[in-house]
Write a protein that binds this ligand. Structure first.
Ligand code: G
Ligand code: G
Ligand code: MN
Ligand code: NA
Length: 253
């Protein structure tokens, strides 16, 4: 059977669910969550986003999927913030096709208006691939989002090309250091040097940093000496359904 057809049905029948992975401030508090799409197909079971997101990008099906993601994530963020004593940012992955569409800014404005989510609690995660075309219109699009009050994070930082020239030119708020630098960070001095260098540079550029893919206590104990702002990874929490996240947020640190 073809995946494209199955994807069309998934869109129509809303077979998707969002899971949320906590993002931890160095103080230990949950500062935000990243929305990660899950597709449970009635016959085939779980189909990972790494399989269907690239296809959806090719077919254009990413557009209705992304609209559903934005709508659902912003609505859930309002619920989470109503229950939380401290603000919780909602981080959403934005695909290249979604970002490059002329109507993207308006769709962000509309989803914020409909949900009532304060713009500062929305963070859009863009990859270097999205920003590769760092032409004037990309910079303008980012500035318009920033003027709305929305935050921009550069996802998978360090895995693309020309990263440093983007940092100079683009109005972004945060770097998400790719997890490929983290796995061996406590034992490989080259990874450690790279992560430390990125944290120092980001600090001097006035950017926030989040280190992704922290899986072990050893990694975390090493990383915390760098005084980085935020962490994310299985060591703290896996992506989870909204109901599980609510319970997680209620358990004391
Ligand atoms: O959650 P997981 O590690 O399986 O995600 C795999 C990839 O799919 C990651 O690169 C992630 O950014 C991407 N992804 C997950 N959810 C979404 C989504 O809602 N929109 C887009 N565009 N990508 C997503
Ligand atoms: O490309 P992006 O950074 O958006 O992808 C996030 C993906 O990383 C999600 O699919 C999420 O499930 C996965 N992820 C989150 N924490 C960890 C971790 O600690 N280790 C590994 N291997 N993957 C993780
Ligand atoms: Mn991401
Ligand atoms: Na990432």
């Amino acid at each position: 059977v073809n995946l494209r057809h199955a994807l069309q049905q998934a869109i129509e029948q809303e077979q998707f669910e969002l899971h949320y992975q906590p993002q931890i401030h160095h103080s230990g508090r949950v500062a935000g969550v990243e929305a990660l799409i899950r597709w449970y197909h009635p016959e085939r079971g779980n189909i990972p986003p790494g399989q269907f997101i690239p296809l959806a990008e090719d077919t254009g099906q990413i557009i209705p999927i992304s609209e559903w993601v934005m709508e659902t994530a912003c609505r859930d963020a309002v619920v989470l913030n109503a229950e939380s004593a401290t603000p919780i940012t909602m981080a959403i992955n934005v695909s290249p096709m979604q970002f490059q569409r002329p109507g993207f800014l308006d769709s962000v404005k509309q989803v914020l208006a409909r949900s009532g989510l304060p713009p500062a609690l929305l963070e859009l995660e863009l990859t270097e691939g999205v920003l590769m075309d760092s032409a004037e219109h990309t910079i303008q699009a980012l500035q318009a989002l920033r003027q709305l009050g929305v935050h921009i994070a550069l996802d998978d930082f360090g895995t693309g090309f020309s990263s440093l020239s983007y940092l100079k030119r683009l109005p972004i708020n945060k770097l998400k250091v790719d997890r490929s630098f983290v796995g061996d960070v406590a034992v490989d001095s080259r990874d450690a040097a790279i992560v430390e260098g990125v944290v120092t540079m980001a600090d001097k550029l006035g950017l926030e940093v989040l280190i992704e893919g922290v899986e072990t206590a050893e990694q975390f104990h090493f990383l915390r000496t760098l005084q980085c702002g935020h962490y994310q990874g299985y060591y703290f929490a896996r992506p989870m359904a909204l109901s599980a996240l609510k319970a997680y947020l209620k358990t004391p640190l």
